[in-house]
Design a protein around this ligand. Structure first.
Ligand code: NAD
Length: 266
């Protein structure tokens, strides 16, 4: 499999690179061939080092807020490996703040990285995947469905990403290209290290997740690998929450403590 993964320098992206390598080894398949893209060159090199010669990798430093970059990346995979089978559009940013204070520049950068890049990657891949088949998997967020306050344009950018994936699924499904997204719940990565390094903040968040723990990057990576593989060949246009059940608790969280007890007793 020839795979492009963005945001591969850390967190979920790095775990996804390693999950593809592990998965192929377990199945005794040929090692995947991977193009790893990110803004963070040092992190990319570290990811490639962790692959440890078990798969062919090419690292590319790229700013996905730049509209030219997605096509350059797809063209690189095709040139290097002779085709592209899977695109994992995972790079994302969260610029904290209220809508009242949000700047146009931050709004536009958030949408450029979190939303537009996924469309441009897909658009560039279609001519190469058409007929041959392919899978596109984007990393959205449960914040698309239930956006918490003070995260700027992040929630809206992920909601638009999910809608985009649905449309790709309709337009490109007939060409043999499946498009899906995963929506991580709170997952301990560089994106939120500051918050969850605080034991009290971490405990409170874990208490709100039915399985009682934060997600690990590997939890999300395994779902991405599944949606990329032939085993999911009839799944197209979904958003898969990988959140320990957190999205199911919305109503409970809105009830005062006493009423929550009553509702649990029913
Ligand atoms: N960690 C969570 O709790 C959580 C929850 C929901 C969704 N997500 C999503 O998961 C994805 C991966 O995030 P993560 O948690 O692994 O965080 P992370 O910060 O470890 O990884 C994000 C990666 O994207 C890269 N990136 C950011 N802007 C970029 C740009 N303009 N061009 C190229 N690369 C860029 C970063 O350098 C980084 O390596 C993101 O899309 C994020 O929105 C994370």
């Amino acid at each position: 499999m020839n795979i492009l993964i963005t945001g591969a320098a850390s967190g979920i992206g790095r775990a996804t690179v390693l999950a593809f390598v592990r998965d192929a080894r377990m199945r005794q398949e040929d090692a995947p061939r991977l193009v790893l893209a990110d803004m963070n060159s040092a992190g990319l090199e570290e990811t490639a080092r962790l692959v440890d010669g078990q798969a062919e990798t090419l690292t590319v430093t790229a700013d996905l807020a730049n509209a030219e970059e997605p096509k350059r990346l797809v063209d690189l995979v095709v040139k290097r490996f002779g085709g592209v089978d899977v695109i994992v559009s995972n790079a994302g940013i969260l610029i904290p703040g209220s809508l009242r204070d949000l700047t146009i520049a931050d709004y536009e950068r958030t949408f450029a990285v979190n939303t537009r890049a996924a469309w441009l990657l897909g658009q560039a891949a279609v001519p190469h995947m058409e007929g041959r088949g392919g899978a596109i998997v984007a990393t959205a967020s449960i914040g698309a469905i239930s956006p918490p306050p003070m995260i700027g344009a992040y929630g809206p950018s992920k909601a638009a990403l999910c809608a985009l994936i649905q449309l790709m699924a309709q337009e490109w499904g007939p060409l043999g290209i499946r498009s899906n997204s995963v929506s991580p719940g709170p997952t301990f990565t560089g994106m939120n290290q500051d918050v969850y390094s605080n034991p009290e903040a971490r405990r409170r968040r874990e208490a709100a997740i039915p399985v009682g723990r934060l997600g690990a990057p590997e939890d999300i990576a395994d779902a991405i690998v599944f949606l990329s593989r032939p085993e999911s060949s009839f799944i197209n246009g979904i958003d898969l929450p990988v959140d320990g059940g957190m999205l199911t608790t919305l109503l409970q969280a809105s009830l005062p403590a006493g009423e929550a007890e009553v509702s649990r007793g029913q």
